[in-house]
Design a protein around this ligand. Structure first.
Ligand SMILES: [Zn+2]
Ligand SMILES: [Zn+2]
Length: 117
């Protein structure tokens, strides 16, 4: 049986105050820093950091708009900004075959959390 992650321990679908959600998200972001590689077509590659590893684009914001990674941090797996270190495309949509911890990472969004305004 799959081990229950820290995120799964929260109630699914219950609206939470923004501050609580942000705290959960920050934990998620910290957890994401431990996943240093992504396995692509059977080979591990070092993940690209926001935005240290971006060479062709200038004037990027300090914070990733999608996953809130700060400059120099790794994205939360599933972020639509993260690039593929193998083909250079968008990691969530490129055709490289992904396996390992990157693919099984669970984020609060996927569990149906909503922010209580
Ligand atoms: Zn991101
Ligand atoms: Zn790729």
């Amino acid at each position: 049986m799959k081990r229950m992650s820290y995120v799964e321990e929260f109630k699914i679908g219950v609206p939470v105050p923004r501050s609580v959600w942000m705290e959960m998200w920050n934990k998620c972001l910290q957890k994401a820093q431990e996943i240093k590689t992504v396995t692509l077509n059977g080979k591990p590659y070092r993940r690209l950091r926001w935005h240290y590893d971006w060479t062709e684009e200038k004037d990027l914001p300090e914070i990733c708009h999608d996953c809130h990674a700060k400059k120099g941090q790794l994205h939360v797996p599933g972020c639509d900004v993260e690039r593929c270190p193998r083909c250079g495309g968008q990691l969530i949509s490129c055709s490289c075959k992904k396996t390992g911890a990157w693919t099984t990472f669970i984020v609060p969004q996927d569990l149906g959390f909503s922010i209580q305004e």
